[in-house]
Design a protein around this ligand. Structure first.
Ligand code: ADP
Ligand code: MG
Length: 725
């Protein structure tokens, strides 16, 4: 029987070849794809007010947004001197109201037609003439019948995102709604179940058919909620199945290398390190050592705040691997960091007869060719570079350990390239992103987690101050004063714009200004994102050699750079940075036993407000949190030095958003589920997936065949699966 769901959307009522092309542009090819295109939000009658009710709300002092439905009566373009306002008048059963736009008038003035029905959402205001008004509201067009149905029968109306690819094919809000409605009514019953029956029973989830039906056209809020629960659970469940499979595959005995740790050379190496390791570093080291000695491949995430000393721990692991006759690979997120590692590490390993190679862009062809040859022959023991080390076709002799610095995005690194004769190298991933432990364990269930939770003993916490712009002169004086005592300063400015020209211009403007005015007597350097890595590297080493007192930079110094005498960092327009960025930047200083300072500069009124504001999340309403985000961030920076505490604040600030910049941190992104607000579902999905995979690692039991089928269909590109199946 041909699978009807796999047929093109083209044959659906009112689609046709042209529209189906537009659908294809947003990834919707088949009827199944269309059924899986879920609404981005809903209009629920219980949340709708009429104009009389809204007025009452305003009188009672209610401040939030409301939604109201009305029919367009008239449109007006009003001139006030040079300015224009676009005003839309609407009516509902109980009265009139208006919407106004001050911006984007060109666009808005043409899209509303008298007689059309709209759902309008915004915070209502009362004009001085006593009119009910909405300024720049959200709006959705409804069919007349829809709005009647909705008001009289209490239906919930779905809204779909209508990307421009669809708009250009003349598909609007309700034509899309109509097409999807048709597909749901006729075909949603054909969807085969995608979760095992016993699981659906045990978890009390709705079946796939009613799930799809209710996600599109819910017959009630309860059903809508359970439908979303199921779809999110399913998404998380399959993700966790992959994690569980990976774990069961990796943990097979005999797949890895059992390194031998000989204590004599190791002792000598440890003795050559100019400081003693912290208790926390020692604990982590013993965890890593156990992994190295075991014949199961290591897959470990090493978390530790900026400056906590992760590199040295990794380097000891590297030393052990090389002592066993294997090669080690150290991957950095940037070339400049790779270069920094190379310079430091070479000096530490060479006395032990170990050869280090640096593979990055910008090397001459012959240089590179020679190096590749030495890597292949095993002459080079440690290879340092960026992720190109694994992505490009570099051939290794016998890789035994891969260390990935500052970026666990590569946590699921393409090990396959490194597997020799069925032997997996050990992998250690280091990150300064303080993901709460519960979360990292759940998302990276196949990674073991080690945490360095202690700073080197000689460190004093960085003193953090907040200053308004009018205090800038005092700050400059402070910098001048301190540079006489040998202190160096990072002067950081936010990126005004992503565009090349503007960044360059801004960076140079700041630089010249400081040089010509405020900091004339100091030596000033400049580094910015538009330099190539060699130029950056040159400036950084000049800074490290103290050729400059002050280094002006856009945020390129964010990760990993280590300049011990730079003990002051001034962050301009601090309110424009995210919390994780602020914390990363602050981590650039305080790397010696001298007192370090982080000075956050912000607008004067923000500085005053932050000073007055003491917050406790338990007592703040979501609106208050939303309104005071920058103040809360700045406040958190002044009162916290721990990255883990800041991560928690950040999580609360972002609420349902992404944690500590998900994209940067490399946490997986889900289409439906949110790892913060759906955390309970994540835990439950994980437990279930691990139970099933532990019990049936090859998914051969009948009841699990549905899982196997789905994994094959949806994760077929994953190499791992072919290794298992
Ligand atoms: P991160 O964890 O941010 O990668 P690094 O490994 O770069 O931190 O270490 C930061 C600095 O601290 C380096 O200069 C390193 O040599 C130094 N360091 C590491 N461990 C110790 C220690 N136990 N005592 C003193 N200094 C240390
Ligand atoms: Mg580091």
């Amino acid at each position: 029987m041909p699978d009807i769901l796999s047929q093109s959307v083209q044959y659906l009522k009112s689609v046709g070849p042209k529209r189906s092309e537009s659908f294809a542009k947003i990834g919707i090819n088949t009827i199944r794809d269309l059924l899986m295109y879920f609404p981005s939000r809903y209009l629920d009658r219980s949340t709708i007010l009429n104009s009389v009710k809204v007025l009452q709300h305003i009188r009672e002092g209610y401040e939030g947004e409301v939604t109201i439905i009305g029919e367009v009566v008239s449109r007006d373009l009003i001139r006030y001197g040079k300015k224009q306002i676009f005003k839309l008048r609407l009516k509902d059963g109980s009265g009139f109201f208006e919407c106004v736009w001050f911006q984007g008038i060109k666009y808005f003035k043409d899209i509303f037609n008298p007689g059309d029905y709209y759902a309008i959402s915004a915070k209502p205001v009362l004009t001085k003439y006593g009119h009910l008004q909405f300024v720049h509201p959200d709006f959705d067009r409804l069919a007349e019948k829809e709005s009647k149905d909705f008001l009289h029968t209490g239906k919930i109306i779905p809204f779909y995102r209508v990307p421009k690819e669809l708009r250009t094919a003349n598909l609007g809000d309700f034509s899309l709604r109509r097409i999807i409605n048709f597909a749901v009514e006729n075909y949603s019953g054909n969807m085969p179940e995608t979760l095992p029956e016993d699981l659906i029973q045990a978890k009390g989830l709705p079946d796939i058919n009613s799930t799809i039906q209710n996600l599109h056209f819910p017959s009630g809020t309860d059903l809508l909620e359970t439908a979303w629960r199921r779809i999110k659970f399913e998404e998380l469940f399959y993700f966790e199945c992959m994690v569980a499979l990976r774990k069961s595959f990796l943990k097979k005995k005999g797949n890895g290398i059992a390194f031998k740790v000989r204590s004599e050379p190791l002792k000598k190496f440890l003795a050559s390190i100019p400081f003693s390791l912290t208790a926390s570093q020692l604990k982590v080291l013993s965890e890593i050592r156990k992994d190295l000695e075991s014949d199961r491949p290591m897959n470990r995430l090493l978390q530790g705040d900026v400056g906590s000393g992760k590199t040295i721990v990794a380097l000891i692991g590297i030393f052990i691997a090389i002592s066993n006759g294997y090669q080690a690979i150290l991957m950095s997120p940037t070339e400049i960091l790779a270069d920094q590692h190379y310079k430091r590490i070479t000096g530490m390993l060479e006395p032990f007869g170990m050869k280090v190679g640096l593979l990055i862009g910008g090397q001459s062809r012959s240089e590179r060719k020679k190096l590749l040859q030495q890597i292949k022959s095993g002459e080079v023991n440690l290879i340092i570079g960026t992720h190109a080390l694994i992505e490009e076709n570099v051939e290794y002799d016998n890789p035994g350990l891969v260390v990935i610095d500052e970026q666990h995005r590569f946590g699921v690194v393409q090990r396959s390239r490194l597997i020799r004769k069925g032997i997996q190298p050990d992998v250690l991933v280091m990150t300064a992103t303080p993901i709460p432990r519960t979360l990292s364990m759940t998302l990276y269930g196949d990674l073991d987690v080690s945490i360095i939770d202690q700073m080197p003993l000689n460190r004093r916490p960085v003193k953090t101050y907040l200053r308004g712009e009018k205090k800038l002169n005092d700050v400059y004086d402070f910098i001048i004063d301190k540079s006489r005592a040998g202190y160096q300063t990072f002067m950081v400015y936010p990126l005004v714009d992503e565009s090349e020209k503007l960044e360059l211009k801004a960076a140079e403007t700041y630089y010249n200004e400081l040089k010509q005015n405020h900091l004339q007597e100091l030596k000033i350097g400049l580094i910015h994102g538009r330099m190539n890595w060699r130029q950056k590297e040159k400036v950084m080493s000049e800074f490290a050699e103290k050729k400059y007192d002050v280094l002006v930079s856009t945020t390129v110094i964010e990760v990993g750079i280590d300049v011990p005498d730079a003990n002051i960092i001034v962050i301009n327009d601090a309110h424009r940075f995210g919390l994780s960025q602020l914390h990363q930047l602050r981590g650039r200083v305080g790397r010696s036993d001298k007192q370090a300072y982080c000075i956050l500069i912000t607008k004067d009124d923000l500085a005053v407000k932050t000073g007055q504001f003491s917050f406790n999340f338990d007592y703040l309403s979501p609106e208050q949190i939303e309104r005071n985000k920058s103040i809360i961030r700045l406040n958190a920076m002044i009162s916290n030095s721990s990255g883990f505490n800041l991560a928690e604040v950040d999580m609360k600030l972002r609420g349902t958003g992404d944690i500590f910049g998900t994209k940067q941190s490399g946490l997986p992104e889900f289409r439906y589920a949110n790892i913060v607000s759906d955390f309970d579902l994540l835990v439950s999905a994980r437990e279930t997936a691990f139970e099933i995979i532990n019990d049936d690692p090859t998914l051969d039991r009948d009841k699990n065949s549905v899982i196997k089928k789905n994994l094959r269909e949806n994760f077929s590109s994953n190499i791992l699966l072919s290794q298992i199946a």
